[in-house]
Design a protein. Structure first.
Length: 480
């Protein structure tokens, strides 16, 4: 039975009914019927799940920086509404009216169907509009991925309004933008909930020690136990999601700050242009020395020469592009030979002889020695068609290199171990003068060659050094 009545409405009620009129294309009767149905449903829900305003505001604050589960999002807003921005806007405004949130919403778009740019503008109570902004942005990103992905470009919020700008992009950038702008705590909370006992214990230990704990990646810690100089390359690469050599210097320094501060290896890191200052509380000089070498090696692997100096409870890393320029000058003045191994040996010799022209020699040059060692082995590998390295091929390569450097050396194979002894080294001795620094760089070149051939599988143990007063140098290489 249809009952017709004449009714009058105040302006306030006319505004509330407008979204329903839009949804029903001006059919007033249908709009009123839906309003009555929704009011009945809301009344039923209110009886069973009404929340006090203070509790509700606390709940909104607690879910800040977390995303709504996708199944919940689909229940809140029908994914099919993505096909019409007009219908989506009308639906959200209608829901806002039902909740009596006193929030105004406006969607601007360049196309009603699968737009390439969308602007979400809202005004009202800050907690509510931030929550709605998160839900709408997540809805836009999620339901645009399969056709024309929308990436969040900017989020601007004031005391009572928020504006979210989205534009067409690709799936990867769209999903990254959602996590960056609205899901900052999402990954963290999921990790904690997946293993609460572990994270409660970790957090408790940090609190009890006043954050005086150090958290290290397992391979880094293993290098520390083995007495090696850890660089932490893997940690940086995992964060950057790209090889170390592909990371720009500015980003690299930012990652060093993030890793070294959050792992508590140092207390704090300050960056001034390309200079890095690390503040720590270490007292042992050997520990500080290894910290410096570790950082220099890490930056060298990134393609940058740095010098490291200590001052009180601080390590200062200074970029040395001047050294790189000097090395380039040395290389440019060389005569090329037909053999790349010969050429690299000439570079090495010129590099060592040119050290006297470089004031304030930084420890970063030892890292360059390792680089030359790797290059020598790489070229020898190409010229001699080496398919895989073993103790015998490694020994032959070093014998060839030593003969061209006029270095008197001998080898002895003992099972899987190689004994390498240098009786006379012309590159470190000039007349009666022995250059300790050049000797150290030559050793680093040897380590670079060993590392290229066997990676971290071979171990080097130094038995004698000329600097210790012996008449020869001797090392043992424990082969894989």
């Amino acid at each position: 039975m249809i009952v017709t009545r004449h009714i009058s409405l105040d302006d306030e009620h006319v505004e509330k009914i407008k979204p329903y009129l839009v949804a029903h294309k001006g059919n007033f009767g249908a709009a009123v019927r839906e309003m009555i149905q929704q009011a009945g449903k809301r009344s039923s829900r209110m009886k069973s799940s009404a929340v006090e305003i203070s509790l509700f505001n606390w709940m909104l604050e607690e879910v800040r920086d977390t995303l709504v589960p996708e199944d919940v999002l689909d229940d809140l807003i029908d994914p099919a509404l993505m096909k019409s921005m007009g219908k989506l806007e009308a639906y959200i405004n209608r829901k806002i009216g039902e909740l009596e949130w006193d929030v105004s919403l406006e969607l601007k778009h360049d196309s009603d169907i699968y737009p390439s740019s969308v602007s979400i503008g809202m005004a009202g109570a800050l907690q509510k509009i931030k929550f709605l902004g998160c839900i709408l942005a997540q809805y836009m990103v999620k339901n645009s991925l399969d056709r024309s992905p929308l990436e969040i470009k900017s989020v601007v919020s004031f005391s009572d309004c928020i504006k979210v700008e989205l534009s067409r992009s690709n799936k990867k950038e769209a999903q990254k933008s959602l996590a960056a702008f609205f899901g900052g705590m999402d990954e963290v909370l999921k990790a904690i909930k997946s293993n609460p006992a572990f994270w409660k214990a970790i957090i408790r230990r940090h609190l009890l020690s006043n954050y005086n704990m150090v958290t290290l990646e397992r391979n880094y810690f293993e290098d520390v136990l083995a007495g090696k100089i850890p660089s932490g390359e893997m940690i940086i690469e995992n964060l950057a999601k790209k090889p170390l050599q592909d990371i720009p210097l500015k980003e690299m320094l930012s990652l060093i700050k993030q890793v070294y501060e959050t792992s508590r290896v140092v207390d704090s890191v300050e960056i001034d242009n390309d200079t890095v200052m690390l503040f720590h509380n270490y007292r042992n000089e050997e520990s500080i020395k290894k910290l410096k070498k570790s950082l220099v090696a890490l930056l060298e692997a990134n393609g940058h020469l740095y010098d490291a100096k200590s001052a009180a409870n601080m390590v200062v890393l200074t970029h040395r592009p001047d050294v790189g320029i000097k090395i380039n000058e040395i290389v440019d003045n060389l005569k090329l030979s037909d053999s790349r191994v010969d050429q690299d040996l000439m570079v090495f010799m010129a590099f060592l002889s040119g050290l006297k022209d470089i004031p304030d020699i930084p420890i970063s040059l030892t890292a360059l020695g390792r680089r030359i060692g790797r290059s020598l082995m790489q070229e020898y590998e190409k010229e001699n068609s080496i398919k895989g390295w073993d103790p015998e091929t490694f020994q032959k390569a070093l014998q060839m290199i030593d003969s061209r450097l006029h270095r008197d050396s001998e080898w002895k194979l003992d099972g899987k171990n190689l004994l390498y002894r240098v009786r006379k080294c012309n590159i470190t001795t000039e007349g009666d003068t022995f250059d300790t620094y050049v000797c150290h760089i030559a050793r680093e070149t040897f380590k670079g060659a060993l590392g290229y051939a066997f990676g971290n599988k071979a171990e080097l143990s130094i038995k004698h050094l000329l600097t210790h007063g012996d008449s020869f140098c001797e090392v043992v290489i424990r082969m894989p």
